[in-house]
Design a binder for this molecule. Structure first.
Ligand code: GDP
Ligand code: GDP
Length: 435
């Protein structure tokens, strides 16, 4: 589990702006799924040599609860989830009743709270931080999320607040799996089937609490860790069943996994919610396997699998490179078919291509299908190099990146996929201007 920092504060103080500052922008250039809006509320970040996770509780809208109820619940989420809380206030409006309301909510926790006074865009506004001492959480830090002022100091303080001996226990050796999907598709059942025992199911009695548990297991000599999201849903607190809360859970699991098992219900068509969930996998650039569950109760003939596969590829266009498996979690059928797909996705995710071979592919691809003129210029590609894995990330040097049409980048990605096996893994292609 990473060290977790939650951002709280009333609306419009700049929580999401600060969140974005803290995590830096990590745009994925393979991102072109239309109509999928995804608000980021959870991400891992790094400062100096430490890494930690940031949660923007402002993104957790709790249905149509009244305003004060909303911020109360957001504060509760922060207290429950985080190791450290950042309480954002607004220098321009000064201390408000709502700030005091949130402060009161935070007093009972023994977690450290840092007050961050946002919108201190220039030195004249520095005076405004003093009144926030009244909140009783010690020295406030002045920042401007918009201009990036003071954010470094905040990050310093966060890192200093991390316990010396904090270990981000991510089981480095094992393949980390997250089981994700829309409610009721069978995530808990699948997790149980994989683990081969009723380990995830917990009591439905209200108030039963249980911490997230990552369960390691070994299969045919390969080590895995299954990141628990499914069981948590049943912890019994009122707002844990809300969509956004389960989204937060899913995001945390996706961020921490290598391979996401995207579970869909075989008895119905793939729907928008499935898309939404799968969209996160793309955002976080994780490897994946699509798991069609409840195969036991699907009316099928010899064509059904093919038809279902096609409909999945049609819907999840950005998962065209992902394998689809058909299982029955409940009946414990075909569970074994998952592991070859998982292992393959993980291998693809870690694949390194020798530079010389890769450049042959680049040159051949360009020769076969030269780029058209775009933005008043013609792209001239020099060479490419793989800069990292997880996912495989390539930098392509070109005379001017603005001459490269998006579809051409897509073409190059497809050529790479034809030349090398990247089944189950996304790829990142980054254009750089050759000096
Ligand atoms: P949230 O509701 O707390 O998540 O707040 P947002 O991040 O959405 O910001 C609310 C508004 O405050 C937006 O219009 C931001 O542009 C603005 N804002 C955020 N940070 C700053 C800042 O440092 N200075 C100024 N002047 N405006 C800011
Ligand atoms: P979750 O909300 O995604 O964790 O879904 P659950 O694992 O709690 O399952 C939701 C419902 O679907 C339960 O009633 C399960 O018994 C049922 N279910 C799960 N997997 C299967 C399956 O493979 N076949 C059938 N017929 N039902 C299943």
């Amino acid at each position: 589990m990473p060290f977790k920092v939650a951002i709280v504060g009333r609306p419009n103080v700049g929580k999401s702006s600060l969140f974005n500052r803290m995590i830096g922008s990590r745009l994925s250039i393979t991102d072109d799924a239309p109509g999928v809006t995804r608000d980021r509320i959870y991400a891992k970040t790094e400062w100096l040599t430490k890494s930690f996770a940031v949660i923007d509780t402002g993104g957790i809208e709790i249905s149509d609860a009244p305003f004060l109820e909303q911020i109360k619940q957001q504060a509760d989420v922060a207290i429950q989830e985080a190791d450290l809380i950042i309480f954002v206030v607004d220098s321009r409006s000064g201390l408000t009743d709502d700030d005091l309301f949130i402060a009161k909510r935070l007093y009972p926790t023994d977690k450290k709270v840092i007050v961050v006074v946002n919108k201190v865009d220039n030195v004249d506004l520095k005076q405004s931080i003093y009144e926030f001492y009244a909140l009783g959480f010690g020295d406030p830090i002045a920042v401007s999320a918009n201009h990036g002022i003071g954010v470094g100091e905040l990050m310093d303080q966060i890192v200093q607040s991390m316990p010396e001996d904090f270990v981000d226990d991510e089981h480095e050796e094992a393949i980390r799996l997250a089981v994700i999907g829309y409610p009721n598709v069978g995530k808990s059942s699948l997790t149980n089937a994989i683990l081969g025992q009723e380990r995830v199911i917990v009591s439905d009695i209200a108030g039963t609490t249980r911490d997230a548990i990552d369960t390691p297991f070994t299969k045919d000599g390969v080590e895995y860790v299954i990141i628990d999201t499914a069981g948590i849903r049943k912890r019994g607190q009122v707002y844990e069943n809300t969509e956004k809360y389960s989204v937060l859970r899913a995001l945390q699991a996706i961020e921490r996994c290598d391979v996401a098992l995207i579970v869909v219900d075989g008895t119905r068509d793939v729907i928008a919610q499935d898309m939404h969930v799968a969209g996160y996998i793309q955002d976080y650039a994780k490897a994946s396997v699509v798991v069609v569950n409840k195969w036991d109760i699907v009316q099928k003939d010899e064509k059904t699998m093919g038809v279902m596969k096609q409909s999945i590829y049609d819907t999840f266009k950005f998962l065209a490179y992902t394998e689809v498996c058909f299982v029955s979690a409940k009946e414990n059928k075909r569970i074994d078919t998952l592991f070859p797909a998982i292992n393959k996705a993980y291998e693809s995710y870690n694949r390194r291509i020798p530079t010389s071979v890769m450049n042959d592919v680049l040159l051949d691809s360009v020769a076969m299908n030269p780029p058209a003129q775009f933005n008043h210029g013609k792209a001239k590609f020099s060479y490419m190099t793989q800069v990292s894995t997880k996912p495989p990330t390539f930098v392509i040097f070109v005379n001017d990146p603005s001459f490269v049409h998006f579809s051409y980048l897509r073409y190059l990605e497809n050529q790479l996929r034809k030349a090398f096996d990247f089944t189950g893994s996304p790829l990142k292609l980054i254009l750089r201007k050759k000096e």
